[in-house]
Design a protein around this ligand. Sequence first.
Ligand code: BGC
Length: 434
Amino acid sequence: MTQAIDIFLQEIADIFAFTRKDALEMIVAFHEEMENGLKGKRSSLKMLPSFTRRPKGNEKGNVLAIDLGGTNMRVLAVRLLGNGKVETIGVKRFSLEKDIVSKTEDVFFDFIADCVSVFLKEHDLDFSCEVGFTFSFPVVQTSISSGILVSWTKGFTVEGVEGHDVVGLLSKAFKRKGLESLKLVALVNDTVGTLVTKSYANPLCDLGVILGTGTNAAYPERIDRIKKYKGPWDSDEMIINIEWGGFDRIKRTIYDEKLDRDSENPGNQRMEKMVSGRYLGEIARLIIKEAFNKGFFGAKAIKDYFSKPYSLTTEKLSLLASDGDTINASGTESISYEDIWAIKEIGRTVSKRAARIAATAIASVVTHMDRNLASEHIIAVDGSLFEKYRGFREHMEIMLEEIFQDSKDKIQLSLTHDGSGIGAAIIAASLSFR
Ligand code: BGC
């Protein structure tokens, strides 16, 4: 039996392998998709203009930010000191329960407005300040303060928002809740916020990446290369929200295909479903289920523990990576050391591929900006996968080294905490400061 599971694990490792050759092929395909997206041609990368550029670092003021896009929502008040430094006046986290993210538009936006109200009262803050709104979904912006949601991702299904201006919907909720004096001046993707936050302090930063519940990145593009944008613009660069979760030119396994078919948004966000925190646990669960059905695992507890879709969260998978006993603690029957080892091995295989694909996506964007790596690039990265998943960052670094070899040191991954919300505040402040 031990031998059979070893063969199964090896087969899984083989089909999930993402080699240097795969990476180099992906970079070529990624460049093509980026170019097509910038020209407004058919592409799996939306390449969305953000109507903002990197800050100068001298922006000043007190601003409010709402940061929404994963399992939590945060409201924060910050003070920009004008020397690349930001002081947080207050921050509060609200959990976004399933019954909020699957309701109708009015219930959802009223909830956000209520959270803002609670925050302002608790911190005794002015109700007439400017607000930056980080909304981390694919939004086609029509200006810095308006944008239409293309489609929900990460399991959100709130009705009545797709195809509508999210700032308009939030403004209406503000009105219903007596918050009409708040001025929603900036609509920002979390990747744009992360890039802006890091580059407020360090001008060498030119890529913002999220590796959390979802995954995506934003970078400053030369305005003459954004062929699809014809409007006026007062700078030679504009930040582009790539929406790289949609990239679809990577080979998939039968497990990826099954996950996609059974998801809320089949056919969409293919790369995100291979890389991000919302999905890694589920891919591993599908493999574990298959192994159980093949008779490789002894304890029935494994079947019970892993039977429900999304019951194995990436957080649990990450815990397992460091401590196998989490299963036995909640199982009904004790699970053998060998079975736990095999489950951990499956988790390692799935997360290793994710990290290697994420690193290759970073390499793709960097070489789009700077083909021969003539300059240094600081990559601002936020998200629980990068920060907390054991071995994830290391696997990314190894992939970058395989791709760039001696030039690898030109690329520095830098953890940037809470950049998504702070970035929206910096952008909101920069609008009144210009
Ligand atoms: C969204 C992006 C977002 C990313 C990270 C994806 O699902 O489409 O807009 O930046 O998640 O939060």
